[in-house]
Write a protein that binds this ligand. Structure first.
Ligand SMILES: O=C(O)CCC(=O)C1=CC=C[C@@H](O)[C@@H]1C(=O)O
Ligand SMILES: [Mg+2]
Length: 323
């Protein structure tokens, strides 16, 4: 016997500089609960405005369609659906099938907003590899370079991930690079999409001996994971990519070529984020995931993130209702 429940949620969020164009005030999405012969699975489906192509209305339609089919005992290939739908449903199914391990990787690369003291405090809580992520490309490229180099100089075992979201011209990117001491460049694990086009990013990386990672590129049609000089990682945001299986394929293609795969947040609630931490633990066990986004919210949803003190909103809270 199969049964399903569909909920909608809305949580206050302060996305700050994480989303460049739009400061989201509310994070909205759906929660599905699947029951199959006493086994239960939950999934979060939350398209990210400005990043996802599907709207909440599209998602609701797709979900209702899939839930009907599943309840009648049939199944359909998930990647025919929008990425957020495919990811959330595949999580719920993986919980039912018990293929998503319980253990999660809750040590994630802390996001730094430019305040060194805050980063020092966060890094002090880390026991393993010290890796932090800084957004760049929002202010002067020179300033970004000085700040990154200052962190690297001050914390000798620190590695940095930087994210420019394709915002630099080649000239700006070179200005940034000129501020990084040559003997510290290798401690920049990667810069995500430094320049306006992948072609310029490649040229920049090569000419300035810096490593890069693809993030936006991974979600472009016809993207292929391919080893190239100076490319150290691909960033996988499952809510923007698709089913767990689709993400596993990308991870395997990356690992086969010696490329790091970083599982990263699309600002899901703690429900989706804890599933991402479990997914990361299982499939990218040697890599710190990019999941430091829970604190953009004032509440957790249904499931607690290990170590978080944020209050937990449950099914009877004002933030979640059934539809
Ligand atoms: O990757 C991480 O460490 C955290 C997530 C993160 O940085 C992002 C999440 C969602 C939207 C983005 O602007 C941003 C990114 O560009 O990677
Ligand atoms: Mg990015």
């Amino acid at each position: 016997m199969r049964s399903t429940k569909l909920y909608q949620y809305q949580l206050p969020v302060e996305t700050g500089i994480i989303l460049r164009q739009r400061r989201l005030k509310q994070r909205e999405g759906f929660i599905v609960h699947l029951l199959d012969n006493g086994r239960s699975g939950w999934g979060e489906i939350a398209p990210l405005p400005e990043f996802s192509h599907e709207s909440l209305a599209d998602v609701e339609k797709e979900l209702r369609h899939w839930l009907d089919i599943w309840q009648s005992g049939q199944s359909e290939h998930l990647d025919q659906y929008s990425p957020s739908v495919a990811f959330g449903l595949s999580c719920a199914l993986a919980e039912i099938e018990q293929t998503l391990g319980e253990k999660g990787n809750y040590q994630t690369a802390p996001l730094c907003y430019g305040d060194p003291d805050e980063l020092y405090a966060k890094l002090n809580q880390i026991t393993g590899e010290k890796i932090a992520k800084i957004k760049v490309g929002l202010y002067e490229a020179n300033r970004d370079g000085l700040i990154a180099d200052m962190f690297l100089e001050a914390i000798p075992d620190l590695k940095l991930r930087l994210d420019a979201n394709r915002s630099w011209t080649l000239e700006k990117a070179v200005q940034f690079a000129s501020k990084i001491a040559t003997n510290r460049k290798h401690r920049i694990q990667f810069i995500e999409e430094p320049c306006r086009t992948p072609e310029l990013s490649r040229q920049f990386a090569l000419e300035n001996q810096l490593s890069i990672a693809w993030d936006e590129s991974v979600r472009e049609p016809n993207f292929l994971v391919k080893k190239e000089p100076n490319l150290t990682a691909i960033i996988i945001k499952p809510t923007l990519t698709g089913s767990i299986q689709k993400c596993i394929n990308l991870i395997q293609q990356a690992h086969q070529q010696g490329i790091i795969a970083v599982i990263s947040s699309s600002i899901e609630s703690s429900l989706g984020l804890t599933q991402l931490a479990r997914f990361a633990h299982q499939y990218t066990p040697n890599t710190l995931p990019g999941l430091d986004t829970l604190n953009l919210m004032q509440y957790q949803l249904l499931r607690p993130w290990q170590g978080s003190t944020l209050p937990l909103a449950t099914l009877d809270s004002e933030f979640i209702w059934d539809i």
